[in-house]
Every structure is written in C-alpha cells, then in structure tokens.
Design a binder for this molecule. Structure first.
Ligand SMILES: Nc1ncnc2c1ncn2[C@@H]1O[C@H](COP(=O)(O)OP(=O)(O)O)[C@@H](O)[C@H]1O
Ligand SMILES: [Mg+2]
Length: 304
C-alpha cells in the first residue's frame, strides 16, 4: 500500500504543467509534487499515475516514490489565483503526491541534444509507454527529468507524469489491446531505442500477479462509480485483463518507426558536412563541438 501523509503546508502551484500540481510539505517532513483530485484531468489521471508509475518501478525504471496525501484546502488560503483556489477547494481529502526531486531539470530538447541516453534504456521507456498507451512523452513534453544535476553523480533520467497514459480507460468497450500508437514524436526517438530487446526483457516480467499488485495500490475511491462496472474490484480486474492481453500482443504494437543507429549516424555526418561547407576558411580549423555525437559530449557544461 502507498504510504499516507498529511499535508502541512501548500508551498506553490506548478504552472508549467496542464494539471497545475502543487508543491506541498507534509507531516513526514517530505516535500511532494501533488496531483489534485479536483484537477480537470479527473480521477482517471491519478489512476494512470499510480498504475504506470508503479509498473515502471517494478520494471527497474527510475520513478520517484508515490504517497497518498490528505489535504485540507484551508492550507492554501493565501493562494492568489482564483482558478488554482477552485481546484484546491475541490480537492479536500486524499490526493496523490510524488517525491519532489530537488534541483531536477526537465529533459527539454535543448538538454536532450547534449545528453547521452543508452538505446537499451530508451527502449525500455518507449516499451513501457507503448504498453500503457502513454501519449504524453513527446519531444516538447517529455515528462522526463534529469536528476541529480549538481555534479556529485552523473544525472539520470527519471520518469514523471503518467496522467495521460492508459487512454483505453476512457473507452473500455472499443479499445483493442493490439492497438498501435504513433510514437514518431517520442522524446527518446533520437536515441535509436532498442524496443525489441526491451520487449524480450520486460514482457515476461509483466505477469497478472504483478499487474494485480500494482492495481491494489490504487485507492477504491478513485475506481468506484465507473459506469458498466459493479465496483472497484471489477474495475481493477478490467485493468489487469486489458494490460495482460496487451503484453501478450506486443508484436502488434511494438513501435518500429525509429531511425536505426546507422541512419542516425548518416544523418549526423550529412549535417556536419553541411555545417563545415558553410563555414569561412578560418573557421574550418575550429573543432566542431556541436557536431559531436551525444555520447562523446561533456554534459556538465550544458546543465550548469
Ligand atoms: N517529482 C518532481 N520533482 C521535481 N519537479 C517535478 C516533479 N514532478 C513534476 N515536476 C515539475 O513540475 C512540472 C509539471 O509536472 P507534471 O507532473 O508534468 O504535471 P502536468 O500533469 O501538469 O504536466 C514538470 O514538468 C516538472 O518541471
Ligand atoms: Mg507533464
């Protein structure tokens, strides 16, 4: 079960995201990014956060700890924006908190251009997104963070924000588990993600038992009242059935649209040649640092 904490201070809203999560301190002295039940995205977004996040963790991907946060809107009486206040007033009770990663950086295209990601790791993340039909891990909205970024250790990719995954739970009756998704704009497409290796490694791990454990973490209150289901247990079973069927059908949805390492290298060489050809003679002697493959870059100069 997810740990339960009680919010003691509402620090600030995070306006960068569509659901306006808030930074909240809690009685365990932790700081959390809280997704509120009163947000326009609704409770299904919180279900997706728990299911996909805990699945990611079980598969060995980095994902911050989740907690259930008891929240009293009185804590945010000082919040000046009326629309944020409305959201918080509608969120009395249990909400979802994610451990705040202090100093983490969003994985933007500018950062991505200079950060090496192993094709195997990229493959695992793309595979998870394909399995869970996550439509929100694109180049411009990566929902990936780099942490730590202070030079103590190399920064690593952390997954956040799975509220837009599990799109099938908006249309239980018509969503086929074999459905392919468009991953052409995936945030990690530029790293030649090895989705076949990821499929061989991860598919056997996503058993019905694991899926049931993950679904058990979702509070009943976020599952009850789903039209066409007799209660929270029946909804949990539907998620387990759907995701188990989708794993079994991976050959049908495995994304194959990414350029290979050879194609990426050829494109890089063409780009470098174009850059060199356009330079004045005196500049041709200056080393082309920006044309270096990402893996040979010193990331620290770009993250400072
Ligand atoms: N655990 C975290 N630690 C630090 N910053 C975070 C964390 N989670 C989210 N953020 C920051 O808040 C922004 C919005 O969060 P996100 O979960 O993506 O919300 P939304 O659903 O609104 O897109 C992120 O882009 C990131 O900058
Ligand atoms: Mg987001």
């Amino acid at each position: 079960m997810l740990t339960e904490v009680t919010a003691t201070r509402y620090v600030a809203p995070l306006h960068s995201g569509g659901s306006v999560p808030g930074i909240v301190e809690a009685d365990d002295l932790g700081t959390y990014v809280v997704k509120f039940t009163g947000a326009a995205q609704g409770r299904k977004a919180l279900v997706a956060e728990v299911v996909v996040g805990e699945l990611a963790r079980a598969l060995g991907l980095r994902f911050p700890e989740l907690v259930l946060v008891h929240f009293d809107p009185q804590l945010a009486a000082h919040e000046p924006h009326q629309e944020v206040r409305n959201l918080l007033d509608a969120s009395q009770g249990v909400n979802l908190g994610m451990d705040y990663l202090p100093g983490a950086r969003d994985f933007t295209p500018e950062v991505a251009a200079h950060f090496p990601v192993d094709p195997l790791e990229a493959g695992r993340i793309v595979w998870l997104d394909a399995l869970t039909a996550n439509v929100d891990r694109t180049v411009h909205s990566s929902n990936l963070m780099l942490w730590p970024t202070f030079g103590i250790a190399p920064p690593r990719l952390w997954l956040i924000d799975h509220g837009a995954a599990l799109v099938f739970h908006h249309r239980w009756d018509t969503s086929a588990p074999e459905k392919a998704y468009d991953f052409r704009h995936h945030a990690l497409g530029r790293y030649a993600p090895d989705v076949r290796a990821a499929d061989a490694e991860l598919a056997p791990k996503v058993t019905r038992e694991l899926l049931a454990e993950v679904l058990a973490e979702v509070p009943d209150a976020w599952l009850e009242g789903e039209p066409g289901f007799s209660g929270a247990g029946a909804v949990r079973d539907a998620y387990v059935d759907y995701l188990a069927a989708r794993v079994a059908a991976s050959a049908a949805w495995l994304p194959t649209c990414f350029p290979s390492r050879e194609e990426l290298a050829a494109e890089e060489a063409r780009r470098a040649a174009r850059t060199r050809a356009g330079r004045p003679d005196w500049l041709k002697r200056v080393p082309d640092l920006h044309g270096k493959p990402a893996a040979e870059q010193d990331w620290s100069v770009h993250l400072g």
